[in-house]
Design a protein around this ligand. Sequence first.
Ligand code: MSP
Length: 506
Amino acid sequence: MGKFYVTTPIYYVNDVPHIGHAYTTVAADALARYWKLKGQQVYFLTGTDEHGLKMQRAAQEKGITPQELADANSEQFKRLWEKMNIQYDDFIRTTEERHMKAVTAFVDRLMKAGDIFLGEYEDWYCVPDETYWTETQLLPGRLCPNCKRPVELLKEPSYFFKMSKYRERLLEHLKLHPDFVQPEVRWNEVKSFVEGEVRDLSISRTTFDWGIPIPNAKGHVTYVWVDALLNYISALGWPDDPEGKFQSFWPADIQLIGKDILRHHAVYWPCLLMAAGVELPQTVYAHGWWTNEGQKMSKSLHNFVDPNTMIVEFGLDAFRYFIMREVAFGQDGDFSVTAFKGRINSDLANDLGNLLSRVCGMISRYLDGKFSGASSPQGLDRELEEGLNKTDREVELCFRNCTFHKALTYIWEFIGQTNKYIDTTAPWALAKDPAQKDRLETVLLCSAASLRGIALLLWPFMPGSAEKMWIALGLEPPLSGAMAFNAYHPRNPISKVQPLFPRLEA
Ligand code: MSP
């Protein structure tokens, strides 16, 4: 049995969750569930990033301590993930003792290795992004090239990590591992960045104190990004590894991030790991950004899509489906309520929901909810089963490549094939002729076995609906087993079902 370790970024808790956070987390959840279903030993980590100047300022504005703000907002993330059916294995907070100990040990190791020196930082800093910039990188008007907000001039003593020392090795690693950064456009971006100048990284700050102290360096707290990146190994118990999780799960198989935090994950992170003698993750995958009805989401516009509202208005699985289906994972995309409703009505209510209602309805009506066991498949039936097996293979490839929208397209092609199979075999006509009883059974059995396969394929994306389908088909959870039609053995009678996805008014 193989293992699969997937991570999301840990989210800043100066504010509450929005669609951007939900997006990465649902993708990670889908990956984790998929590989779990395939029998892998899976570990799925998420959490919250709680230190730094941005947090300290946000708490000040609210008149509370940073810890109070972190406690309150970290809880919001946890609650949302519970509502969203996110099956994480661990939720790490950077203010936890286990994390702080690991960060101290890590910095200490780099100091002892001679990779950290004391100097002075004099350049620009973007507080919302917690990121350093040089004068030449700034946009006109001294704006952050990433988020386009004003930057601040910093001049303070600082410890530096000798990142430049690892430039060559990182370049070499990139060239040898085209999969290290995905999609390819991001790999190219990182490669050109590393081919340029890789400067030593300022890893401590002295002008505020909401952070993890640098060992034996009074007044210095660890740069929030160094602190945050280490969550991926601190959560596994690095360095002592009391439970053997680090040994079992590191290196991460895939680290999902948004494209805005690529440099931190594909340059700083591997260099830090190299310096500490820790293996690099297999893949860092950067997804695109969502706009809302064509507009960039921002605090000033108050236009963040709130997952809580979407779930209440449209249902959880519809929301999970839409964000995974609408946009290719590596690309930017737009969230539009019209498009969302369109997909609910056509893909979910019409194609999938109707198929389930039709099949369960006919099994209930024509067979009294039970199969007698007679089955003699013909060409058409075998074609349908082959369609399911093909879809299974295609979907696996999609999960290997994070092409979730394609996986769903393939699944919907098979839903279409099954609907067509029913139209062609016309069980309602067979039901009128007692001589066709066996044929009727076979056709309905194949239709239900297809739906069982569809439920298995959909579970990573829409776990709640897949479980409802499973139960409607007379099966007992948890979902498991092979795709093959002969793996379908309903335990309970099948009856008419409520619509899985009610149609919405246009
Ligand atoms: N705390 C850091 C990550 C540290 S990981 C060691 C951070 N946090 S964040 O809360 O600001 O952002 C988390 C993620 O949300 C990022 O991956 C970012 O790309 C993503 N998104 C923020 N806005 C987004 C959209 N509009 N669309 C899609 N994802 C977006 O960065």
